[in-house]
Write a protein that binds this ligand. Structure first.
Ligand code: HMG
Ligand code: MG
Length: 302
């Protein structure tokens, strides 16, 4: 299939999904520099941090300071994950212009992740979404465990579609379907996108694919062929959720950009600048985490 004249949006989630799961301590200065480097490389959306409970995610406890200190580039969006009204208070105080709320297609995962059932999660973020939209903020809604749950096993496309539709009805502008534990495969991506497309316009759908079994790039392409045009990714494949045991990182941003650009699908991202940022990430995070191991980013690919 020719990709000529086509475009996709790559949403960088490394500073949030990546750093929330990091085992080494990353200084606030480094987080700010990381976010600024990603935006400078041309990523149009950089999910900057999460205003969740610091007890749940101590790695992002400095999110308020980090968000305030980012030198924001015009035209770049910097959403922040918000679980409840307390998080929304922090978002408003920090000057956030865009938020993401999150729930799951699995009851057990939701309970472990946010201590709420699916219904309770909607009740909890309804006032958050209402405040955000009143204030002119754009809201994204995540559906975790869209392809399988670490506790409940298989998840049906119908269950995912139900939650996705509810999120849109609740006021979300976009929904991001998460393969939280990376069990999805291309045929499943096609089936899920088909099921969702029956309910929701695909220009409001993103895919958020983790790479546990090395299938995330294939899944991105399957999603593209099925009509999705927004893909979450994380520089260097950082990422994971502390409440999704065994899951690995997100699909690597440099791999997604390289895939699309080689296929003639424009991302607007400068791969050379991105690869430079992976070198920074290697020094700042990965070498400290895995001493002596070679970082997986393909530095020669640019
Ligand atoms: P809870 O314990 O049920 O709530 O947590 P609570 O209201 O009873 O609060 C407990 C304590 O946290 C209290 O402090 C609150 O003040 C404080 P204490 O009185 O004990 O000192 N607190 C907060 N502090 C700061 N900011 C806040 C906040 N809220 C409460 N916003 C809660 C419920 C949802 C808060 C908690 O479970 C939580 O924060 N969970 C977040 C977990 C998380 O961030 N997981 C990873 C993100 S989701 C993900 O990775 C999946 C995704 O990438 C897509 C995919 O891959 O599928 C999006
Ligand atoms: Mg994730």
């Amino acid at each position: 299939m020719s990709g000529a004249g086509r475009r996709v949006t790559v949403v960088e989630v490394g500073p949030r999904d990546g750093l929330q799961n990091e085992t080494v301590e990353v200084a606030s200065d480094a987080k700010v520099a990381f976010i600024e480097a990603l935006a400078a490389a041309g990523l149009p959306v950089v999910e900057a941090t999460a205003f969740v409970s610091p007890k749940a995610i101590p790695q992002l406890a400095d999110g308020d300071e980090v968000f305030r200190r980012i030198r924001k580039l015009p035209g770049v969006r910097y959403p922040v994950l918000v679980p409840n009204e307390k998080g929304m208070d922090r978002a408003e105080a920090a000057g956030v212009r865009e938020i993401a709320v999150f729930t799951a297609a699995s009851e057990t995962f939701n309970r472990k992740n946010i201590n709420a059932s699916i219904d309770e999660s909607f009740a909890r973020f309804a006032p958050v979404v209402a405040r955000a939209t009143r204030g002119g903020m754009r809201v994204r809604g995540y559906v975790s465990c869209g392809f399988g749950c670490p506790y409940e096993g298989p998840v049906t496309p119908a269950a995912v579609a139900r939650v996705a539709v509810r999120l849109l009805e609740a006021g979300c502008r976009e929904i991001s379907l998460g393969d939280t534990i990376g069990v999805g495969h291309p045929a499943q991506v096609r089936a899920l996108v088909r099921a969702i497309a029956g309910e929701v316009s695909l220009d409001r759908v993103a895919l958020h694919l983790h790479d546990t079994y090395g299938r995330a790039v294939a899944n991105v392409w399957a999603g593209y062929e099925a009509g999705v045009r927004t893909f979450d990714a994380s520089l260097g494949g950082l990422g994971g959720c502390p409440y999704a045991p065994g899951a690995s990182g997100n699909v690597a941003t440099e791999d997604v950009v390289d895939l699309f650009e080689r296929a003639g699908v424009r991302t607007g991202v400068d791969l050379v600048a991105l690869v430079r940022a992976t070198a920074w990430l290697e020094d700042e995070v990965l070498k400290r985490r895995l001493p002596g191991r070679v970082f997986r980013a393909r530095k020669g690919q640019a």
